[in-house]
Design a protein around this ligand. Structure first.
Ligand SMILES: C[S@@+](CC[C@H](N)C(=O)[O-])C[C@H]1O[C@@H](n2cnc3c(N)ncnc32)[C@H](O)[C@@H]1O
Length: 232
């Protein structure tokens, strides 16, 4: 099976030789890859909705892997029992949705390595992780069809980053100091500039939000001005 660079990178962070779960599996590509490549003996593949889960079941049946890929319907981490798997992948959904999934079931989330790929709101997701006793252990950027994807690997633990803005933007991404990280920061700068423009045009006053965005922009500009930053 040919896996996209995004899914392949996530697969590389799954604890090998141990059972894993893929939350919001849809096409079941990741579970199939993990099992076919002997990275995991067993994978639990879940989805919130019947339709994507039946799509996943069809592909799993085609590969003859129903004995190794356990398909379960349900919201977030609810279909999992604590301790059932060692890694949980949550990819291709919004960061705030991922944050809710983790917050709702700490008895599962705190026992596993979390491999997360938010489609948006990664800033809020990292802040939630820090505020709820999760440590970011690795971060990576993947470029696919000219879109940048952020991959965040986390586990229960403590974050030592004092600066909220650095935490939200991805401390380990920034510290990589490579060309992809610079591209990521430029993309973030453009995004926050647009948000600022829209907020300042809005009828309603958003003073607090505007101040926050200005602080983020000042941080990004400072990091870019001193690029490449010294690796810590
Ligand atoms: C865009 S697909 C991503 C598929 C795959 N994970 C990937 O990254 O390529 C998002 C899937 O997540 C599912 N999903 C969204 N919220 C969910 C939740 N709270 N629990 C389980 N699945 C969810 C959707 O039904 C959909 O099938």
């Amino acid at each position: 099976m040919q896996l996209s660079a995004r899914l392949k990178t996530m697969a590389s962070y799954v604890i090998s030789g141990e059972p894993a779960a893929d939350i919001g599996t849809d096409h079941a590509q990741l579970p199939i890859y993990l099992v076919l490549n002997n990275l995991c003996p067993r994978v639990i593949a879940t989805d919130l909705k019947e339709m994507p889960l039946s799509r996943a079941r069809k592909v799993v049946v085609d590969y003859g892997l129903l004995d190794k890929i356990d398909l379960r319907l349900g919201d977030g981490l609810y279909p999992l029992k604590p301790g059932e798997v060692k890694s949980v992948v949550i990819a291709g959904i919004g960061g705030n949705n991922i944050a809710e999934i983790i917050k709702k079931r700490p008895e599962v989330a705190r026992e596993v390595r979390l491999i997360l790929q938010p489609m948006a709101d990664s800033f809020d997701l990292r802040i939630m992780l820090g505020a709820n006793g999760y440590q970011i252990i690795e971060e990576e950027l993947v470029i696919e069809k000219s879109r940048l994807y952020e991959i965040i690997v986390a586990q229960a633990g403590f974050i030592t980053i004092a600066n909220k803005i650095e935490l939200g933007l991805g401390p380990l991404l920034i510290r990589r100091g490579d060309e992809l990280a610079r591209k990521y920061l430029i993309t973030q700068k453009i995004k926050y500039e647009k948000i600022l423009l829209n907020l300042s045009r809005a009828q309603k006053m958003h003073e607090e939000k505007i101040r926050e965005i200005k602080e983020i922009l000042a941080f990004i500009e400072e990091v870019l001005a001193n690029w490449p930053i010294p690796r810590r």
